[in-house]
Design a protein around this ligand. Structure first.
Ligand code: M6R
Length: 369
């Protein structure tokens, strides 16, 4: 039930802190990851030579974020594949591959078909799923449930942050098992992860009204671009997808480094561009690169909306709007930066008088190939 909320999406965005907290709850003990569903899998985690993540839509963007964590922490090569592209191209997988599927509904036909294909090829399959007892987890060798709670709005929001949190738990566990991070390092990252729900809540408390008002002013916009780098790149894609999906505005996400390889030609005076800015403290090199991207588009008249860490002053003279997120380690930023983008998409769709929960032409779970 919607309770007092204007839409399920509004309710579900407000539940993002809880979705992360519930996905972590009971799964961290004495500074290590303790997920009973993973018992008995440590040999597999030690021995796999690669991981392939398969998913579609928003879940695939969560997978792209997960790739950074798995590679950085656990040092396993990771590919992220769109489920519907996966089995049609005869991918190179076998018993040395761990295939991780990510799905909120657990019923997405494309993802299910890819999981079945992977099993037939002898790969081990692990499902990250939000719906208890759904088909995809039943077809997989192992399951880690996200506990985001039922998601009703077609646009996936709280499930997305929960999917990232679940992958981080998994990545830190695999990193420890493979001896790539020390117990102390794992414990530190877990502490950061546990602090995320409160930080998301802070964004909702301090920025939501501002973003909704801003979205209202932007109601006539015809096109919006999103730029991000590193873990901010999938967040740019997610921001663009949400906007297309519920406000029917043309939107595209780019890796900030690609700008000069083509997309900068799109920049003309007044073009709104959201830029996810890495932390100046945690990722100084990437921060300065993204700041120079902003300079380039600002100089060409773009209307820059920066999503930047509190206290980052470098963005001020070159941005038209700054949406603030609390300080966090570089890997944890996506869990924060995505929140203003979810609020923005919802605000814009609302300002246009659209049905945010049930956008045209779309279904909550896509059960056909
Ligand atoms: O249920 P799933 O997570 O497998 O769904 C995958 C996509 O269909 C889904 O994330 C879709 O992209 C959302 N509507 C995006 O908000």
């Amino acid at each position: 039930e919607k309770g007092g909320w204007s839409s399920f999406m509004a309710k579900e965005v407000s539940e993002e802190p809880e979705a992360v907290a519930n996905t972590l709850r009971g799964r961290i003990r004495d500074g290590v990851v303790a997920i009973p569903e993973l018992d008995g899998l440590d040999d597999l985690f030690r021995e796999v030579s690669r991981i392939v993540i398969i998913a579609a839509g928003t879940a695939a963007y969560a997978g792209m974020v997960g790739k950074y964590a798995l590679e950085t922490w656990a040092r396993v090569p990771v590919d992220v594949d769109l489920a519907h592209e996966f089995h049609y191209r005869d991918p190179v997988i076998g018993p040395d591959t761990l295939v991780i599927s990510i799905s909120q509904s657990g019923e997405t036909m494309d993802t299910l078909m890819a999981v079945k294909y992977a099993r037939e090829r002898g790969a081990k399959t692990l499902s990250i799923c939000n719906t208890q007892g759904a088909t995809i987890p039943r077809e997989s060798d192992a399951i880690v449930y996200t506990h985001a709670g039922p998601e009703v709005a077609v646009a996936s929001t709280k499930a997305f942050v929960a999917q990232i949190a679940a992958q981080y738990l998994l990545a830190l566990h695999i990193a420890l098992v493979r001896g790539k991070l020390s117990r102390t390092e794992v414990a530190q990252h877990l502490l950061e992860l546990e602090a995320i729900p409160e930080k998301i809540q802070h964004i909702l408390d301090t920025e939501q009204e501002h973003i909704e008002q801003f979205a209202h002013w932007m109601a006539d916009t015809r096109s919006v671009l999103f730029l991000g780098r590193h873990v901010g790149y999938p967040i740019a894609l997610e921001g663009a997808l949400k906007l297309k999906e519920i406000s029917y505005i043309h939107a595209e996400g780019f890796a900030a480094g690609e700008l000069k390889h083509g997309p900068i030609a799109l920049i003309e005076p007044g073009q709104p561009v959201f830029v996810i800015v890495p932390s100046p403290r945690e990722a100084p090199v990437m921060h300065s690169k993204v700041v120079s991207n902003i300079r380039e588009i600002h100089a060409r008249g773009a209307r820059v909306i920066a999503i930047a860490e509190e206290g980052d002053a470098a963005v001020l003279p070159i941005s038209d709007e700054v949406l603030r997120v609390p300080l966090a380690g570089a890997m944890f930023e996506p869990l924060l930066a995505v929140v203003p983008l979810h609020i923005f998409a919802m605000g814009l769709a609302t300002a246009k008088g659209l049905d945010v929960d049930q956008p045209r032409n779309l279904a909550k779970s896509v059960t056909v190939e």
